[in-house]
Design a protein around this ligand. Structure first.
Ligand SMILES: Nc1ncnc2c1ncn2[C@@H]1O[C@H](COP(=O)(O)OP(=O)(O)OP(=O)(O)O)[C@@H](O)[C@H]1O
Ligand code: SF4
Ligand SMILES: [Mg+2]
Length: 318
């Protein structure tokens, strides 16, 4: 399990501290599929990097902690040491598939290399696993002999998923892993990934704008807005009967099958994280905003067991 405890994290910029994740607490449970959604710039990739312990590009934790705990509670690892367990406990499918691969190495060599961090499987066993994972992802073994630039965007994304999955990590962290693919292929690949993980009882954290995809594959969904957690609960709860007006807006903007009426989106854009609005960060865009919303930041409150949201309206229910 990964535990994120009241983390404030982000980047030092020439214009000041940019808190891309600001006071977020959540956990990634063993064996679950956790979806992370929210508009562009809300901090999804930053949160995923924290869960992977990837502190390149200036990402820093300013306060709070991110830790991994094994199932019997006997071992705890701090995010600053996660990198020692990459490809073993954690693997990562980064956003943007081209930059994530070494352009000078064939796919097969890259896959073998990635698995070398894994203590328990030797080279021969790795090859067997690579072959079966490629088959699961509907990829021909011929890709092993190709360089990244010889693959289409869609194949590269599948290779990256294969790379992350074949080493059998406890947690796969995938950032918009299928955006270059058409919707039908996206779903097929993710279903394969989910099947792989479920059979091994491992966790997946998946960042995607696609709420339909979360509804289809995630056990729980976290909605981020402007670096903060708007709501988290089971995919069914959060996406079928959103507790937070922001989630309602996101869900409302989805096209419904067979429904030709225009969908209601959310006006405006998320704020700059260098200078977010006071009170509830969503108040300038919220149709239900009340005077208190621009002054007091809403705390996370329980909607029902395991389901929490940060909105002043929810105080009335809780
Ligand atoms: N390396 C960096 N240095 C400075 N600021 C950054 C860096 N990476 C991200 N940011 C800023 O942090 C904020 C959150 O970015 P992040 O990439 O986490 O958002 P996101 O939700 O993943 O967006 P998208 O949906 O567009 O991928 C944004 O304001 C972004 O400009
Ligand atoms: S706290 Fe207020 S502004 Fe924020 S989402 Fe709830 S009603 Fe809207
Ligand atoms: Mg992102």
């Amino acid at each position: 399990m990964i535990v994120v405890d009241n983390v404030v994290a982000g980047y030092r910029t020439p214009n000041g501290l940019l808190k891309a994740v600001d006071g977020v607490s959540l956990e990634v449970r063993d064996g679950e599929i956790l979806g992370i959604a929210g508009e562009s710039g809300c901090g999804k990739s930053t949160l995923l990097k924290l869960l992977y312990g990837s502190f390149s590009e200036g990402l820093e934790i300013f306060s709070g902690s991110v830790t991994w705990h094994d199932a019997d509670g006997s071992r705890t690892i701090d995010a600053s040491d996660f990198h020692k367990h990459w490809w073993d406990l954690f693997s990562y499918v980064p956003q943007g598939s081209m930059s994530a691969m070494n352009p000078l190495m064939k796919i097969g060599a890259q896959m073998i290399d990635a698995g070398s961090a894994h203590r328990t499987i030797d080279r021969a066993a790795r090859l067997v696993r690579i072959r079966s994972t490629l088959a699961d992802l509907d990829l021909s073994e011929k890709v092993l002999d190709l360089y990244p630039h010889q693959l289409s965007g869609g194949m590269r994304q599948r290779v990256l998923i294969g790379l992350a999955a074949y080493v059998d990590p406890q947690v796969i962290l995938a950032d918009e892993p299928t955006t270059a693919l058409d919707v039908v292929v996206q779903r097929q690949i993710l279903e394969n990934l989910v099947r792989l993980q479920r059979s091994r009882k491992n966790s997946i954290v998946i960042v995607s704008h696609d709420l339909g995809l979360h509804f289809q594959i995630a056990d729980r969904v976290a909605i981020l807005y402007a670096g903060r957690l708007a709501e988290i609960g089971t995919a069914d709860e959060v996406l079928r009967q959103p507790a937070h007006p922001y989630t309602l807006g996101l869900v409302g903007s989805l096209p419904q099958l067979g429904d030709k009426r225009p969908r209601q989106g959310i006006d405006g854009r998320p704020p700059s994280l260098l200078n977010p609005p006071a009170g509830c960060r969503f108040h300038p865009r919220c149709a239900r905003a009340m005077p208190v919303c621009s002054q007091v930041e809403p705390e996370l409150v329980l909607v029902s067991p395991g389901w929490v949201g940060a909105c002043h309206l929810l105080k009335e229910i809780a």
